[in-house]
Ligand binder design. Structure first.
Ligand code: SF4
Length: 98
């Protein structure tokens, strides 16, 4: 049996349930994990991937997972690693709610 490789081959094990409903299951993994240093191409890949994320039914769960785990690479929940670092910093600065 041959298993098809997808972008979620980058995801942690065991697989997360919400991944089965991800809009990017059949997308080119290179869109979500572009090769760095090719700025113009990376921007185009980010735009394409973000459009997929905008239509994804599990975007909130994906982004929450990436923020909680500190996922350092790739586009998750429609955010780049730099955007997630800023979001995590804001979460840590926000006062805790009861
Ligand atoms: S939000 Fe984006 S990266 Fe996350 S599962 Fe959906 S399409 Fe994939």
């Amino acid at each position: 049996m041959t298993l098809k490789r997808t972008r979620h081959d980058h995801a942690p094990r065991p697989p997360l349930r919400w991944l089965t409903r991800a809009a990017c299951q059949d997308a080119d993994p290179g869109l979500f994990f572009p090769i760095t240093g090719e700025t113009a191409q990376q921007g185009q890949a980010d735009d394409q991937a973000r459009r997929i994320c905008q239509a994804c039914p599990v975007q909130p769960a994906c982004l929450d997972w990436a923020l909680r785990t500190g996922e350092p690479d790739g586009l998750w929940g429609g955010t780049t690693p730099a955007e997630r670092r800023r979001l995590r910093a804001r979460r840590q600065q926000a006062p805790a709610t009861a």
